[in-house]
Design a protein around this ligand. Sequence first.
Ligand SMILES: Nc1ncnc2c1ncn2[C@@H]1O[C@H](COP(=O)(O)OP(=O)(O)O)[C@@H](O)[C@H]1O
Ligand SMILES: [Mg+2]
Length: 248
Amino acid sequence: MGAITVITSGKGGVGKSTVTTGLGFALANRGRRVLLIDGDAGLGCLDHMLGITEQQVFDIADVVSGSVEPVKAVYTCSFVPNLFLLPAPVRQEDVVSPDIMKQLVQVLARYYDHVLIDSPAGIGSGFLSAVAAAQRVLIVSTPDPVCLRNANKTRMTLEQAGFTQQRLVINRFSGQNFRLQGYYPDLDSVIDSAGVRLIAVIPEDPLLAAAAAKSASAPQNSAGAMAFGRLAARLEGEQVPLAPLHKF
Ligand SMILES: Nc1ncnc2c1ncn2[C@@H]1O[C@H](COP(=O)(O)OP(=O)(O)O)[C@@H](O)[C@H]1O
Ligand SMILES: [Mg+2]
């Protein structure tokens, strides 16, 4: 059975979908079969990022209602052959219950090396469904105090629910902005603020945003894509050092 990872955050708009797709591209580039599940009912965007909007007919709500087999609602990314998507329900009220989500993900995980679930922000029902099937959770945060406080709240909610396999992904890191902001002396104090062990620092990289907008992946030698490559390797158990921060 494939590894099941949820990507979540306390605050919205911090890069969950960017991390889900960036990690998906990186794992697929390592030769893995990867399924992305868009758990953001009503606000799904992975269909656009993977370039499948035009072909999409069904989504996870159709699978859950029993009107189609899961395989009919899984689409292949238009530019990466071993990357697949189960799209989000179109309507917010069609959020899948935690029990059903768990059953569905466990069945699907048999056919992939990795399942990555893009969770909605916050700690509401969509989040609880997304984490129900998870073996591990990546909490995405930008390196600012408000976002980190929400990341810490997410960590506590997860711990209360019994999840111990949590890691922090610091996204949109820019050394220059970090120094200008001057709130934290170093990265260790950022990690302390979230209370979660760090697994990756993803730089602020306009090529990531540009790629998402035009349904493509960022060039493999871009800073963002390389950071996702290191995250993918770490998730698969390799010891990869953090890139020196002066490079960000
Ligand atoms: N590391 C990054 N560098 C540059 N832009 C980023 C980065 N991460 C996210 N963004 C941009 O920030 C916006 C929000 O990201 P998104 O992944 O949609 O967040 P979420 O899924 O948490 O709502 C998007 O426009 C995205 O392109
Ligand atoms: Mg999103």
